[in-house]
Design a protein around this ligand. Structure first.
Ligand SMILES: [Ca+2]
Ligand SMILES: [Ca+2]
Length: 283
């Protein structure tokens, strides 16, 4: 019995020893523990949008084709109140910023800020707006894009919520170097794409998302990323870089971006995407 206790104690000491010296490892295990959304309630609301006023708030920059369907405030569906934003992108829409997109974006942040970004999405079911499966072509439905420094090219966003082949996916791109290039991102493997689960059961209902992010491109920034879906934590990356080394911070974009319709239209079996948004809040 005493032997057993001794073994337990020694094991515990070994675990603590490795825990102290490899705390990154332990944090990664912590990333996968189930956790409920518990936002600190003393954080002030920095921005909110519920679309109840009937027009987009002045903070939004609009990257929309000049079509009446691109971004409409509608009254037949809402997460809160009576109204929400219906975004529709079609394959034959004219290019906006050199690609196929229907997006609204908020002003840039300063570098390395920490925020809780909440919003709700509704993927339609049935009819001609049904959010069908596109097996070989993805689209981004929410993202946080970085702002390249002078002389840098525009790369994929630091953080994106995507859908592809019937699944949600998280896309992440980071870089500690002040001068990021596509080659560096590829050669140094500074990106990851993680599948989060099927979206089929979410069609025809509102889904509440909260992204808690402390931005940072190196460990000393103590970066954090937690993603909550309907109040449950479904993804986390703690202590690892989550953005690029830039003077300016990121800016949040909602809406649809489907690059294949411009670059590889043969990849996609669809010609239209519709997503509804409501209840946006940033703390
Ligand atoms: Ca609303
Ligand atoms: Ca940079």
């Amino acid at each position: 019995m005493r032997e057993k206790r001794k073994i337990c104690l020694v094991s515990l000491l070994i675990i603590i020893f490795f825990g102290v010296f490899f705390n990154g490892f332990f944090m990664r295990i912590g990333d996968y523990l189930p956790k409920k959304l518990s936002m600190p309630d003393d954080l002030p609301v920095l921005f909110s949008e519920d679309f109840e006023s009937g027009h987009l708030k002045k903070e939004w920059r609009q990257s929309l084709a000049n079509r009446n369907y691109s971004a409409q405030i509608i009254n037949h569906r809402a997460r809160t109140g009576n109204s929400s934003l219906r975004v529709e992108l079609r394959e034959n829409d004219p290019n906006i910023d050199e690609s196929k997109r229907a997006e609204i974006s908020l002003p840039m942040e300063a570098a390395l800020e920490e925020h809780w970004y909440s919003f709700s999405t509704f993927l339609p079911l049935r009819g001609d707006e049904d959010y069908g499966i596109d097996p070989s072509s993805g689209e981004i439905i929410a993202q946080w894009h970085d702002v390249p420094d002078l002389g840098e090219e525009w790369l994929s966003p630091s953080l994106a919520l995507m859908t592809i082949n019937g699944f949600y996916q998280i896309g992440r791109v980071w870089d500690q170097s002040p001068l990021s290039t596509q080659e560096r991102i590829k050669d140094e493997r500074l990106s990851e794409y993680v599948t989060l689960g099927e979206y089929n059961a979410d069609k025809d209902r509102w889904v509440d998302w909260t992204f808690h992010v402390k931005w940072g491109w190196e460990r000393s920034h103590k970066p954090q990323l937690e993603i909550f879906k309907d109040g449950k934590r479904i993804f986390a990356r703690t202590g690892v870089p989550n953005t690029k080394n830039d003077k300016q911070g990121v800016y949040m974009k909602l809406g649809i971006y489907k690059w294949d319709w411009e670059e590889n239209p043969g990849n996609s079996s669809l010609d239209k995407r519709v997503v509804y948004y409501d209840s946006i809040e940033i703390r």
